[in-house]
Design a protein around this ligand. Structure first.
Ligand code: TEU
Ligand code: CA
Length: 559
């Protein structure tokens, strides 16, 4: 297959703070990651995506950067980072870094300068506006609650922050700022980095003017996302970045793009446009959100889920490329969210992995997903660490919402669900740290841990290994066409992949019932055999009708 390496790769995301602590301070670090590279390699991983490790005050756990070219003290030194990169490359893996350039930390020297005076040379690296009638320049809310504008007394102006007030947005209209970003990227690429995951990169082009949003009934602030997402110059900036930096290297780029549509994703990832390789879209991550957003809980409708994932498979089937994920450091854990982490944790984790890994695109595995780690429920809000959770809690408390309702939303959708320490073994703190972890370990670590998973051939870990190996052995998984099967079935998610004279038939029972799968008459074959299944198969035959067990997944290769 003469396909780009990133089209044939499987990526493993590490959230460093929670991955492995080597020095007993309770915080994951670079030496900890180095000690676990063989575990990652043995899973069959090709690329590691490292969430930010740069100097940061950790207001948003590293997504607020105060020095783009130095390592956060708690994670180690630049020498540790260079040792990590060398060790990753020695094992034949690649390393991509997290590029967070929609905003910096307010402790970055650029912002420290910019806020000194209106005529400071760095003033225009950020977005400042005067207040309007004694209030913020617009009624936009921040993604972390409250206003998206913070008043700065020194110069009697507000600065824009689409996230926390310690994350001021950078002004990409300023060519000098863009040049500083490009030079920083080259500096990392010259050190041997194999690419970037780009944080909210479709937010960087702000509109010429900032219109007022339209608040929901009873709300003071409104979404401004239709104004700052996919803005007027976004393609110019990404193409400029590609031409001035990326095109000179053999690298992989994935843009994190809340609000991106399939049509826009084709523009961002069509190779001839020379912008990015792929994007993280969020539509399937929003199907269990009510009208008021993620905390407004709504049950997932499987038919909607099937239609949405199919829409993305078809839109980027020939042009562009899909990223495939159900988990990351911002999302609750999929086995709790979409599967069943009680009676059928193992079966449903394997079913969800089958569903994702047999699709067309680059699959992403988030740390702990491969061993079926689950969501967490802390009794006290004081055990949570995420700024998004704390802001939500206090905002809701002020609105008089009940503690029970608030905590229910946090239990189902809070980002800390995915940030509890990686569960390595059944020793104290799950073997993550000999100190007190920065966030409590999920108490189920005695049952759910990597050591147990690696030693059990029927584990979720070994099932992921098998799925990843299938991708390497069967071109149809990387390159085959995609078609949904039986769109309207309310419990079964089935699709087929086709390439030359082969058909891959993927059948996933999404629930605990035992529905019957009916083979469409249009699927013709001479021989069928099961490539993988999450139940021991009585036989690999494929009749006209298949009674499925709870959360049963089967992949047939038909010729
Ligand atoms: O996330 C962007 C983003 O939209 C998040 O707000 C995410 O959708 C939300 O948290 C889901 O509830 C990126 C990073 O992945 C996230 O960790 C950072 O907090 C955010 O940008 C700001 O850098
Ligand atoms: Ca540490």
């Amino acid at each position: 297959m003469n396909l780009a390496w990133w089209k044939q790769s499987v990526v493993y995301q590490i959230y460093p703070r929670s991955f492995m602590d080597s020095n007993g301070d309770g915080i994951g670090d670079l030496q900890g990651i180095i000690s676990k590279l063989d575990y990652i390699k043995n899973l069959g991983i090709d690329v590691i995506w490292l969430s930010p490790v740069y100097k940061s005050p950790n207001d948003d756990n590293g997504y607020d950067i105060s020095d783009y070219q130095d390592i956060m003290d708690e994670f180690g030194t630049m020498k540790d980072w260079e040792e990590l990169l060398a060790n990753v490359h020695e094992r034949g893996m690649k390393l991509i870094m997290d590029l967070v350039v929609n905003h910096s930390s307010d402790e970055h020297p650029w912002f420290v300068e910019a806020r000194k005076s209106k005529d400071n040379p760095y003033r225009d690296y950020y977005i400042w506006r005067p207040g309007k009638d004694g209030r913020e320049p617009t009624n936009w809310y921040s993604n972390f609650g409250g206003s998206a504008w913070e008043y700065d007394e020194t110069t009697d102006e507000y600065y824009l922050h689409l996230f926390s007030k310690k994350q001021p947005d950078l002004n990409w209209r300023n060519a000098k700022l863009r040049e500083e970003v490009y030079n920083m990227m080259k500096w990392w690429l010259d050190k041997g980095v194999d690419g970037f995951r780009m944080d909210v990169i479709n937010f960087i082009s702000k509109p010429e003017i900032f219109p007022e949003g339209d608040p929901k009934p009873g709300k003071k602030y409104a979404s401004g996302s239709k104004f700052y997402r996919n803005g007027p110059h976004i393609h110019d900036y990404l193409h400029e970045m590609n031409q001035q930096v990326l095109s000179a290297y053999d690298v992989m780029t994935v843009g994190e793009m809340p609000g991106v549509t399939p049509e826009l994703a084709r523009l961002y990832t069509e190779e001839s446009r020379k912008e990015l390789n792929m994007v993280f879209q969020f539509e399937h991550m929003g199907l269990d959100n009510g009208p008021y957003g993620k905390w407004d809980l709504k049950p997932l409708n499987l038919v909607e889920f099937k239609q949405n994932l199919t829409k993305w498979q078809k839109a980027l089937e020939e042009i562009g490329w899909n990223s495939l994920y159900f988990n990351n450091h911002d999302q609750p854990r999929s086995v709790s969210r979409f599967g069943n982490d009680k009676e059928y944790r193992v079966e449903s984790a394997k079913m969800l992995a089958t569903l994702l890994h047999m699709m067309k695109g680059t699959p992403y595995v988030y740390q702990g997903e491969e061993i079926g780690m689950t969501n967490i429920q802390f009794e006290s809000i004081d055990d949570y660490r995420d700024i998004e959770i704390h802001n939500f809690y206090h905002e809701q408390k002020e609105e008089g919402i009940s503690q029970e309702k608030i905590m229910k939303s946090i239990y189902v959708k809070g980002r800390d669900n995915s940030r509890t320490p990686m569960q390595w073994n059944s020793t104290n703190n799950a073997g993550f740290s000999t100190g007190t972890p920065w966030i409590k370990v999920n108490p189920n670590y005695t049952e759910i841990n990597a050591e147990k998973e690696v030693s059990n051939p029927d584990s979720i870990y070994h099932y992921y290994r098998a799925l990843i190996q299938l991708r390497k052995n069967h071109e149809i998984i990387v390159n085959g066409g995609y078609d949904l099967v039986d769109e309207d079935h309310p419990e079964i998610f089935s699709y087929k992949r086709t390439l030359h004279n082969q058909t891959l038939l993927v059948i996933c029972n999404f629930y605990a019932n035992e529905p019957v799968f009916t083979l469409p008459a249009t699927i013709l074959y001479k021989s069928a055999h099961v490539l993988i299944s999450n139940y021991q198969q009585s036989d690999g035959s494929l009749g006209e009708q298949l009674k499925l067990k709870p959360y049963e997944a089967r992949v047939y290769l038909l010729t």
